[in-house]
Ligand binder design. Structure first.
Ligand SMILES: O=C(O)C(=O)Cc1ccc(O)cc1
Length: 462
């Protein structure tokens, strides 16, 4: 292994219009905008919920802005969404005098123009950036940013950015051990207070605590190379989604229109060097990585759609862990988040209904939010009670998936609540797959009927 990863620090998004995604993260997903960095050429906003942090990067000279009449989105903040956001954070838009920020680089990330909005940076804390850089480079890794220091009066942070083997995914490796400021040098804190003086945090009650997993959509047959890359460079280890999963094949769902191969991996947080993490008793929540590939025989599917619309492999979705999925999904959907729902029959199937009731849930409440429930059939050897089938010692997994959050059919978020289950529910994946397939088909049908060709035909008929 070349780099010892201590923990996931943040996930970076690159977008052409930060207002829209900022509005969605704050007003709909209940994240707090807590830090911002504005320069004449870029805006970087940081959003937090529990320990889950997104940094959204926007470059103001992106070619798409010129397509919109040469007006950058930040100058054109009159959209209802931008107005809504500035209502909440009236003071953010005054943060720092942009012209004072002479360093116009995007910090802690790469400076790239993507043709579509994308989630493409997974930033890890490491203990020694220079050492990780040298070790990874000697193993042949490509670096987009060499070790770089950024400092302010609270200390210094070093980072570098390495290209991964997956599409446009980069990893910022960051060392904050010599920094005692609230976030990162160069960012200014944003006070979470509304115009009426209420704390923004108090406005939300959904207990999202951390990133549970990150799923990559990858081309067919690329999984072994991706696995090897993460094992060799970051010491990731295989995580078996299912007890009987084949080491080489991964977890395969190949049936009636579902063609999916999933392989999961996890990393060891500074474990080699015996570093103690600040979570002495409580194990720090870890974030798994899932590689999703589509299989050839079951027709076009959501992984293929991602690869096409994203123009290559990348982060397909991020799972947000919540301690109460029912209240979180309710609160988010009331705020306007759109979730995929399985067919209503899912909740009335005899076996499923009983499974939900056994898990202590009300099928009606789950169906209102489209929440899927699966019983984990994996049991540890240490699970002495595993032969008993009482509801108390079964493990459950609850999940609900949002519709894509960018304009393209690409990146989405997921809410996940684990009741002892550590894998990914096979039944949930099936149900999700079907609901996404149905959505994609209806979108395609909509696009087909709205195409100018069809309009002519329709108007000709009437
Ligand atoms: O269940 C999850 O969250 C997964 O990550 C598995 C998965 C991966 C890709 C899909 O298109 C659908 C499901």
């Amino acid at each position: 292994m070349a780099a010892y990863l201590c923990r996931l620090h943040h996930i970076g998004l690159h977008v052409t219009n930060v207002d829209k995604i900022a509005y969605d993260l704050v007003a709909k997903f209940k994240f707090n905008l807590f830090a911002a960095r504005l320069t004449e050429q870029s805006r970087q906003f940081a959003f937090r919920k529990g320990s889950a942090v997104f940094i959204v990067n926007e470059r103001l000279n992106h070619p798409l802005h010129s397509l919109n009449g040469g007006v950058s989105s930040s100058q054109n903040s009159t959209s209802p969404q931008a107005q809504g956001l500035s209502e909440i954070y009236s003071h953010v838009f005054k943060v720092g005098d942009r012209s004072r920020n002479s360093d116009c680089r995007i910090l802690y990330d790469v400076q790239r123009n993507y043709s579509v909005d994308t989630a493409c940076n997974v930033c890890f804390e490491v203990k020694d950036v220079e050492r990780s850089f040298r070790a990874l480079r000697s193993q042949g890794c490509d670096f987009l940013v060499p070790p770089t220091n950024v400092e302010d009066d609270r200390g210094v942070v070093s980072y570098s950015v390495v290209k991964s083997i997956v599409g446009n995914v980069f990893h910022t490796l960051i060392d904050k051990t010599k920094y005692n400021g609230p976030f990162l040098p160069g960012f200014q804190e944003v006070e979470n207070v509304t115009k009426n003086g209420a704390r923004v945090e108090e406005l939300s009650s959904c207990p999202i605590t951390h990133f549970d997993h990150i799923t990559y959509a990858c081309p067919r047959k690329s999984t072994p190379d991706v696995m090897r890359w993460y094992e060799k460079h970051f010491g990731f280890q295989r995580f078996f989604i299912e007890r009987n999963e084949d080491v080489n094949e991964g977890f395969v769902l190949d049936e009636e229109g579902i063609g999916l191969r999933l392989t999961a991996m996890e990393y060891w947080k500074c474990s080699e060097s015996g570093v103690k993490l600040p979570f002495e008793d409580k194990k720090e929540p870890d974030c798994k990585f899932v590689i999703a590939e589509s299989l050839p025989d079951q027709g076009r599917n959501q992984v293929d759609t991602f690869l096409e619309e994203h123009r290559g492999a990348g982060i397909q979705h991020v799972g947000l862990y919540t301690e109460d999925i029912v209240s979180t999904a309710r609160s988010l959907s009331q705020a306007g988040v759109q979730f995929f729902s399985p067919p209503p029959a899912y909740y009335t199937e005899v076996g499923k209904q009983q499974e939900i009731v056994d898990a202590g849930h009300d099928p009606r409440l789950l169906s209102q939010q489209g929440i899927l429930l699966d019983t984990d059939l994996r049991q540890d050897a240490s699970d002495s009670l595993c032969h008993l089938t009482t509801p108390e010692n079964k493990r459950y997994l609850l999940q609900v998936f949002t519709k894509p959050i960018f304009a393209e059919d690409t990146f989405f978020l997921e809410l996940i609540e684990r009741r002892g289950a550590s894998g990914f529910g096979e039944g949930n994946i099936r149900a999700l797959w079907r609901s996404v397939q149905a959505y994609m088909e209806s979108e395609r049908e909509k696009a087909r009927t709205q195409s100018p060709e069809n309009m002519t035909v329709q108007s000709g008929k009437s």
